[in-house]
Design a protein around this ligand. Structure first.
Ligand code: NKO
Length: 203
């Protein structure tokens, strides 16, 4: 059987598990989409007052995406493009989950997961950039967008398996992440974006 036909749908399905939504529904009997930014990601789960669940959301969203890519790599070790295809599918699953009417997360924790699985060295540098910007500004959204944008350059600097499709994957994932942050961009420009650790937030 064609490995694409297994890896890609499986990656979408793994990516589409909305851990932030499920954890808050199960442990707090709330709909995370109705508080804070309305996002199902780790930042908003933590912002809603559930710090531990936020960390768990981060870990599980990262892991599901990492595993989706690792499965593809395991099935087809010789074809890195399949792994990149699985990475894109996992991110699309996270951002557009069929279970939540295609309204999912922003692809930050899952983006780190797929990039770690594809090439961990540039991913760690990207994570370092993320941390520096978060500590400097306390804007998780801004740090996520800038860090994600550096990935194609970092991957190229580390000379990582550049086929045309790989390069496409390394660019399209950050582009999707930025597009998904459209309301954050609007708030950042208006000066109303919430800073991590402070209470007030506008949706
Ligand atoms: O609620 O709209 P919000 O303010 O929540 O959320 C904005 C935020 C959405 O993303 C998340 C996931 C947050 C995880 C943060 C911790 C660590 C992740 C490391 C990121 C590495 C750099 C970006 C990689 C993208 C490929 O932005």
């Amino acid at each position: 059987m064609n490995p694409w036909l297994i890896s890609i749908p499986l990656a979408y399905l793994l990516g589409s598990i909305p851990f932030g939504y499920l954890l808050v529904r199960f442990f707090r009997k709330q709909d995370i989409r109705e508080t804070g930014s309305g996002n199902i990601g780790a930042t908003n789960v933590a912002r809603s007052g559930a710090k531990g669940l936020g960390l768990l959301t981060l870990a599980l969203d990262l892991l599901k995406a990492l595993i989706a890519v690792k499965i593809a790599t395991h099935l087809v070790p010789a074809n890195f493009d399949v792994a990149v295809g699985a990475a894109i599918a996992a991110i699309v699953g996270h951002m557009f989950p069929v279970w939540l009417g295609f309204h999912g997360g922003k692809g930050v924790a899952s983006g780190l997961g797929v990039f770690l699985a594809l090439a961990w060295k540039p991913s760690l540098v990207m994570f370092g950039i993320f941390l520096v910007i978060v500590f400097a500004t306390r804007y998780v959204s801004l740090a996520s967008m800038i860090a994600a944008s550096t990935y194609p350059i970092l991957a190229w600097l580390f000379h990582h398996q550049e086929t045309a499709f790989t390069a496409f994957g390394y660019v399209i994932i950050p582009v999707l992440i930025i597009v998904k942050h459209h309301s954050n961009i609007r708030r950042l420009l208006a000066g109303t974006e919430s800073r991590f650790g402070s209470k007030e937030v506008s949706a």
